[in-house]
Design a protein around this ligand. Structure first.
Ligand SMILES: *Cc1c(COP(=O)(O)O)cnc(C)c1O
Length: 449
């Protein structure tokens, strides 16, 4: 056989890169080492299995196949059609959906596609406010969604929980065409049925964005909105441990006709993806989504998801026990949100001091934040990657102790500058190295599909 196989191509590609472009190869190596040797508690990320990365870097990226399986605008897409059908089938099974579109290039794209597909410029769009924990694409001012639509935002009450009554009042008052639920920094379950009742009462479509909690939903550890919302969106690189990309899912409303459009909701969505918003799909990314979803469907994913949850509870308890202000008093998902101002810190100081010790987190705005997005009062922690490393409760307690240690030792000098004792840094870095060695990134995914 003269044609190189998939393994040879990948192998050759890496070797050729090392020889002919050492500058770039070196950057890839450094990033790989950084990921392996730091403790990442970034709630918005995960690590893709090497088999997912292999799909993303595969020859499927060479396929130009505008349109959908069986209805392409280019020849040569027989294999691509099968890949896309496989991804769609797995997405449907993973979430108990009736229809899935696997082509969105990202979670943000998925939201833009859905919103521009359903709304006209100027229509009222109601979503969770950015400070309250919503995402930019839910109508925030810096986003195209805040500029082309008329945004109305709901938020949280004094206890940090979504203020459902106020949200319902706002809906009555402003009559949105679309209500978005789902958040980027909200540690509690979301009452999707309540949102649907509010949407129905004002004749709005309900869009659920599950980007952060998609894995817990697929594992049955978080309420599933697919049949409550008209449309559900997600990014695929967070809790699905997949590639950069997005998904759009429809449940019981998939075949609901859309007034004045002569199409069902599923048809409106597919048309909004292509040709309205996107051109050619990224078949390599779709293959990577199929692989990640295959792993999500494997029974072993439930164990990973359970670890994500257990680790988050341990983390929240440890931070609380150490005297930190854990928003809402705990978590229902993978996320632990801290207000670091009672500790005399800002989000940016906490983030930077931790990073200098090999612990990667992110500063985050919290409800009622008095600082801007580059300073913030909050720190967001998440357990997707700790769980993927196979961390036990004890190991997570050790991680929490390191976070506590750094936050106690850092000396702020204003809102953004700080000083950390070198001896503390050296000790924490050594502990981080031990944890990363004992719970390595590579032996995490055992899923077959
Ligand atoms: C991360 C996130 C997105 C955006 O996903 P990208 O793939 O990064 O564009 C959308 N919605 C929510 C709620 C998110 O947390």
């Amino acid at each position: 056989m003269t044609t190189a196989d998939v393994v040879e191509i990948a192998d050759h590609g890496v070797r050729a890169l090392r020889e002919s472009d050492p500058v770039l190869f070196d950057l890839l190596e450094r990033e790989q080492v950084r990921q392996a040797e730091t403790l990442a508690l970034v709630a918005a990320s995960s690590v893709a299995d090497p088999s997912v990365l292999a799909c993303a870097g595969s020859v499927l990226g060479n396929v130009t196949a505008e349109g959908y399986p069986g209805a392409r605008f280019h020849a040569g897409s027989q294999v691509a059609d099968e890949v896309e059908r496989l991804a769609v089938d797995r997405a449907i099974r993973a979430f108990g959906a009736r229809h899935a579109n696997v082509q969105p290039h990202s979670g943000s794209n998925a939201n833009q596609i859905v919103l521009f597909g359903l709304l006209r410029p100027g229509d009222v769009l109601m979503g969770m406010g950015l400070d309250a924990g919503g995402h930019l694409t839910h109508g925030a001012a810096p986003s195209v969604t805040g500029r082309y639509f008329t945004p109305v935002s709901y938020g949280t009450d004094a206890s940090g929980l979504i203020d459902y009554d106020r949200m319902a009042e706002l809906a009555e008052e402003h009559r949105p065409r679309v209500v978005v639920c789902g958040a980027s920094s909200y540690p509690r379950f979301i009452d999707y049925a309540r949102f649907r009742a509010v949407a129905d009462a004002v004749g709005a479509y309900l869009v659920a964005d599950i980007s952060h909690v998609a894995g817990l939903i697929a594992a049955g550890l978080h309420p599933n909105p697919v049949d409550h919302a008209h449309i559900t969106t997600t990014s695929t690189y967070k809790q699905l441990y997949g590639p950069r990309g997005g998904l759009i899912l429809l449940g019981r409303d998939a075949d609901t006709p859309v007034p004045g459009r002569g199409r069902t909701l599923a048809e409106v969505v597919d048309n909004a993806v292509f040709p309205y918003f996107q051109g050619t799909p990224a078949l390599n990314s779709i293959a990577a989504k199929a692989r990640a979803l295959g792993m999500v469907l494997d029974p072993s994913f439930k164990d990973l998801a359970r670890r994500v949850r257990a680790n988050a509870d341990v983390l929240a308890e440890a931070m609380t026990a150490a005297g930190h202000e854990v928003l809402t008093g705990g978590t229902d998902n993978h996320m632990v949100l801290l207000d670091v101002t009672p500790a005399g810190l800002t989000g940016v100081i906490a983030e930077q001091a931790l990073e200098s010790c090999g612990i990667v987190t992110n500063k985050n705005k919290i409800p009622g934040d008095r600082y801007g997005p580059s300073v913030t009062s909050g720190l967001r922690l998440g357990t997707n990657i700790l769980a993927a490393r196979g961390m036990t409760d004890d190991a997570v307690r050790r991680c929490a102790a390191l976070v506590v240690r750094v936050l106690a030792a850092v000396r702020p000098a204003g809102t953004v500058t700080w000083y950390l004792d070198e001896a503390v840094r050296t000790e924490v870095l050594a502990e981080v190295a031990l944890l990363c060695r004992d719970f390595p990134l590579t032996q995490i995914h055992s899923g077959r599909s």
